[in-house]
Design a protein around this ligand. Structure first.
Ligand code: ATP
Ligand code: MG
Length: 371
């Protein structure tokens, strides 16, 4: 098969990072077999791309690659979607229907978002995995198919197993060969390669051929890409379609959220703290949290410190001491209090979901330049 190995990746999958090379190795080994593969990874990391490539590289390439998006189909329809149904099997089943497993006979079935599958279907799937047999909905006739199964999920199946939402036996049966797709922010070195490949792909589709300036590329490499390669692809396509006549993408062309990204490192939306390479200033962060809680109490009490102390369930003197210390340290909270103004913080936001206190501008970590 030609065109499989290339300078920039494997089987049309772009990447040179060691984590991607390791995946290509596994793909090379697993493709010629009928072994079940479980692909995990965040949205947009290329799970379907890898599944389709494994199919193309397998002896089943002449058969179909049939994708089933288990999360997108309502539960009661999913069974007939996968296994087919007999005429009259349920209200509305006016004709019998061939399921995706039958369609994939001799080929590969790709079960996406497998974690969303109902317990009933999990049992049925387990049986197909064991011996390739199933009955269509409303039928007593057992069908036998020769199908290779590749499953994917962007949520932790281990956690679903622990929560008893996913059968453990099915989990192990699916995860014979696991492939974990790295998020793009863990393979930033691959961003320039991807940018080139994506721009070439767009040009091949008849769009103008664009280039990216080094400064813009640097920003693309630094951005954490929560939507992974899909987000990068969509953004580049938008920039090309709406782009300048010079056919270049420069820093001012980039969307604003790329220009003010969170500090270097992984974007972890559940946590307001961003650990850059230099770490965080723990005591400063703790102060900021304290400021934020006190500001909220003062706001609720209309600036009344006795009432604020009651809300915080601390002694009034403790609160006064803290405020005195903060004032002495020049804390933004004390500054606001000094002016007789009570800091306005948004109400109603869940404390753990809210961003760190706005009053304190984040101090640059030592060794990093302030933006
Ligand atoms: N390594 C890669 N090289 C080239 N293109 C990629 C790569 N990874 C992803 N893409 C492209 O990004 C888009 C998303 O990929 P894909 O649909 O395979 O992601 P996914 O992991 O299945 O996402 P989801 O979990 O949201 O279904 C596709 O257009 C795909 O071609
Ligand atoms: Mg997908």
């Amino acid at each position: 098969m030609d065109g499989v190995e290339s300078e920039t990746g494997f089987a049309g999958i772009v990447g040179r990072h060691p984590s991607m090379r390791a995946i290509f190795d596994v793909m090379r080994k697993v493709a010629p077999t009928d072994t079940t593969v479980l692909i995990t990874g965040e949205s947009g990391t290329g799970k379907e791309l890898v599944a389709a490539a494994i199919h193309r590289l397998s002896r089943r390439a002449a058969g179909r690659f049939v994708a089933v998006h288990c999360g997108a189909i309502p539960e009661d329809l999913l069974e007939s979607e996968m296994f087919g149904h007999e005429r009259g099997a349920f209200t509305g089943a006016i004709a019998s229907r061939v399921g995706r497993f039958k369609l994939a006979d001799g080929g590969t079935i790709f079960l996406d978002e497998i974690g969303e599958m109902s317990p009933k279907l999990q049992v049925k799937l387990l049986r197909v995995l064991e011996d390739g047999r199933f009955e269509p909905v409303g039928s007593v006739v057992t069908h036998q198919v020769d199908v290779r199964i590749i499953a994917a999920t962007n949520r932790s199946l281990e956690a679903a197993v622990a929560a008893r939402q996913f059968r453990e036996d099915l989990f192990y049966r699916l995860r014979v060969v696991p492939i974990e797709m790295p998020p793009l922010r863990r393979r930033r070195d691959d961003v320039p390669l991807l940018v080139t490949a994506i721009l070439e792909g767009l040009a091949a589709k008849g769009l103008p051929r664009f280039t990216v300036t080094p400064a813009a590329l640097e920003i693309l490499e630094r951005y954490p890409w929560p939507g992974n390669v899909r987000e990068l692809r969509n953004m580049l396509e938008q920039l090309v379609v709406l782009g300048r006549p010079e056919h270049t993408i420069d820093v001012p062309d980039l969307p604003p959220h790329l220009l003010a990204p969170p500090p270097l490192g992984e974007a972890v939306p559940a946590m307001p703290w961003q650990f850059g390479p230099a770490g965080i200033d723990f005591y400063h962060e703790m102060e900021a949290i304290e400021d934020r809680i006190i500001a909220q109490a003062l706001r609720l009490s209309g600036g009344n410190k006795k009432e604020a102390a009651r809300l915080l369930r601390v002694n009034r003197t403790t609160l006064l001491e803290k405020l005195k210390r903060k004032r002495a340290q020049g804390s933004p909270l004390a500054a606001l209090l000094g002016g007789g103004r009570v800091p306005v913080l948004p109400l109603g936001a869940a404390a753990d979901a809210a961003p760190p206190l706005e009053l304190a501008p984040p101090r640059p970590a030592p060794g990093t330049a302030a933006a």
